[in-house]
Design a protein around this ligand. Structure first.
Ligand SMILES: Cc1cc2nc3c(=O)[nH]c(=O)nc-3n(C[C@H](O)[C@H](O)[C@H](O)COP(=O)(O)OP(=O)(O)OC[C@H]3O[C@@H](n4cnc5c(N)ncnc54)[C@H](O)[C@@H]3O)c2cc1C
Length: 457
């Protein structure tokens, strides 16, 4: 086998798995499922814009649906702060087969991260039992874009009202990934005004994380809103909440905690893992296509293949580096790396797709080529954040300026409030009770790292 034919899994092993990690067998098991079953189903789910329900059933049967549920509750105990790299490599493997599946998985496992870190013991007992014993699917929904776009018919936004024993939720959210298939959601709702976590202009201190039973009659979906170019199988519909009651005992953590402690920084690299999986699949297609067409002798093709391979290796090295920061370094270093890895891997993955298409030609963009779908999926998914703002955030960090390393909003600072509300450069260290986070880690029996893993998720 020539170097250029080295399968991605061996490439990962050769540069990254040294010494073998405790969790590498989880990656191998998910790689096997993804290659044998999920990759073959991806085209059908995409064409029908249908949630990958069978894939989730298979993950559940393989006991792989609770990766971030702590071991004492029956899960694998992974997540930012404990073998982070294994978790992110599992996501890469799913995305190699189907990026939509990986996005639904991200929402599910990121919710586990939040419950494990911020939930009460009673919530963990109740909700983790549902995931481990019944395969309950979770999501985290924040999206309430406030500025409308041409042709938009509905405005998004939620409101929260105090009621005896809990809260009444009303309104709509966009981008409700896994809609109709998720059993429960973490809803990010700002009690002081619409916008959720990402789009709110009200104080970040009023942001609530609400555990919501989505089987309630007041929860409904508008699928007509979701007719996108890519990521179709994420079924990220518009969700409507009509007088939905959220009991007090289903409020997760304390209001404001999500942004004050920058939990989104655990999830930005996770999106990047999905971009990387898509890029790997395109690279594999390019190798197969070029060999089949016997064009390996073309020096321009060799350039493209080299560039793709180097991009993927670089992306993997970054992912591993940031995973190690979460597991073994001060939490501030790991948080500061979130925009860097998010920005770089978007660039490396989109460049890789471009190289693949230029090397392989038009038929790479014709079904049944998976590159046709990956190209559409990646085009949409990278819009989840604004790369210009992500890069600007890296620059603002370097310059000691105020910045928002959760959502990269130029109008916000690190606490999620309007940038004008703070007078000095904002740093996480002045705001985050690091010791408290570390004690949470210990409580869950996690041994490594000072941080716990930590929605728009
Ligand atoms: C496939 C997919 C799945 C998703 N799943 C989920 C999910 O499960 N949960 C969830 O909560 N969200 C989810 N999202 C939504 C995501 O979090 C973002 O909210 C969404 O992508 C932003 O949508 P938008 O670009 O349409 O709107 P906008 O947020 O309005 O952005 C439009 C443009 O304006 C820019 N902009 C916005 N605010 C400002 C500002 N203050 N100053 C300057 N420029 C600004 C943006 O950067 C962007 O370029 C998903 C998105 C995608 C694509």
């Amino acid at each position: 086998m020539t170097g250029s034919q080295l399968p991605i899994s061996e490439m990962e092993a050769s540069i990254l798995h040294d010494p073998p990690r405790a969790g590498s067998h989880h990656v191998e098991r998910i790689r096997d499922l993804a290659a044998r079953l999920f990759a073959g189903r991806a085209e059908g789910y995409d064409a029908a814009a249908e949630f990958p329900a069978q894939d989730f059933d298979d993950l559940y049967r393989a006991s792989l649906l609770s990766p971030c549920v702590p071991e004492r509750y029956g899960g694998l105990g992974l997540g930012p702060g404990h073998d982070t790299h294994t978790l992110w490599l599992m996501t890469v493997e799913l995305a190699r087969a189907n990026m939509s599946l990986a996005r639904c998985w991200e929402g599910h496992v990121n919710s586990q991260v939040l419950i494990a870190a911020l939930g009460s013991n009673e919530q963990k007992e109740r909700w983790f039992e549902g995931i481990v014993s019944r395969g309950d699917i979770w999501v985290a929904w924040s999206g309430e874009p406030q500025a409308s776009v041409p042709g938009q018919k509905t405005a998004f936004g939620t409101s929260l009202e105090r009621a005896p024993g809990g809260y009444i939720l009303r309104g709509t959210k966009a981008y409700a990934t896994s809609a109709g298939h998720a059993r429960r959601a973490i809803l990010l709702v700002n009690a002081a005004g619409p916008g959720g976590a990402r789009h709110a202009t009200a104080s970040a201190d009023d942001l609530f994380l609400l555990g919501c039973d989505l089987s309630q009659p007041g929860v409904s979906y508008d699928s007509s809103w979701w007719n996108p170019i890519g990521m179709r199988a994420t079924v990220s519909y518009m969700a409507r909440f009509d007088d939905v009651f959220i009991p007090e005992e289903d409020v997760i953590g304390r209001s404001g905690q999500y942004l004050q402690e920058s939990w989104q920084t655990r999830f930005s690299p996770h999106y990047a893992a999905t971009f990387l999986g898509g890029a790997e699949a395109a690279y594999e297609y390019a190798l197969a296509s070029i060999h089949k067409q016997k064009r390996a002798g073309d020096p321009y093709v060799a350039h493209r293949i080299a560039a793709m391979s180097l991009n993927i290796e670089t992306a993997h090295l970054w992912l591993k580096h940031v995973a190690d920061l979460w597991d073994c370094h001060p939490i501030e270093e790991a948080k500061a790396a979130a925009p860097k890895v998010r920005y770089l891997i978007e660039r490396l993955a989109t460049e890789t797709l471009d190289h693949c298409i230029r090397a392989c030609g038009a038929r790479a963009l014709l079904k049944p080529s998976p590159v046709e779908r990956i190209y559409r999926d990646l085009s949409l998914y990278v819009r989840h954040d604004n790369a210009d703002h992500v890069l600007a955030t890296v620059g603002q960090q370097l310059l000691g300026e105020k910045h928002d390393h959760s959502f990269f909003d130029p109008a916000r600072d690190a606490s999620g409030n309007g940038a004008s509300s703070a007078s000095s450069p904002s740093t996480e260290s002045s705001r985050i009770p690091v010791a408290r986070t570390a004690s949470l880690t210990a409580r869950e029996g996690r041994t490594a790292g000072p941080s716990l893993h930590g929605a728009d998720t």
